[in-house]
Design a protein around this ligand. Sequence first.
Ligand code: AMP
Length: 213
Amino acid sequence: MSKIFTMVSLPGAGKGTLCSQLSKNIECISAGELLREEINKESHIGKKVKDIVAKGLLVPVDYIIEILFKNMQDKSKIYILDGFPRNLEQALKFDEILLQSNDKLNNAIYLKMDEKLLNERIFGRQICPQCNLSYHKTLLPPIKENICDKCNVALIQRKDDNEEVLKRRIDVFNKETIPLIDFYRERGILKEIDASQELEEKVKILNKILKGD
Ligand code: AMP
């Protein structure tokens, strides 16, 4: 049986950065990143979701399930699903799928951040168009300005990291994801990590959660 975790947060809280610090047997799968890949490939799903993602709204759950679960076939791995589920509807579908494959959700991890910090986090964010690694102009800068340390290509800003779309993504989080967090809290499987701590500290806490301590 795989060990399965999910991680949710406001946009820009640093889920991607945290995931990039974990060891190799832990696989972080970002729903948003998979969607962006489909959009870049102009695949069947990519074409359907492009406008929805550009607006900062949630795409239909069946598309997410289709692209997510083909990446989760190794039973010896620890998986962290970054950004899935995002609401109660998705959580209930997820439960059904896990039940069918005899798996269970170990913990839901909430990377908790004050909404006031969000603008600084989001507008300084840069990603590598090739490997998807996340950087931040001041908080986590690359060695060479605007260049990916790993791929040596120019970093870009995400199209949905702009003021108007960000407002909508925060709205979606408050309306859809907060009830999901409450649902996992009531189930007794919610773990919270304060996003304002140093990265090293957050990695330590996350690794403890993943080990089940
Ligand atoms: P993220 O990279 O997590 O910020 O997600 C970027 C965008 O992808 C979101 O604003 C949504 O449009 C879409 N998205 C990501 N995860 C999901 C999900 N679980 N359900 C629906 N849409 C999603």
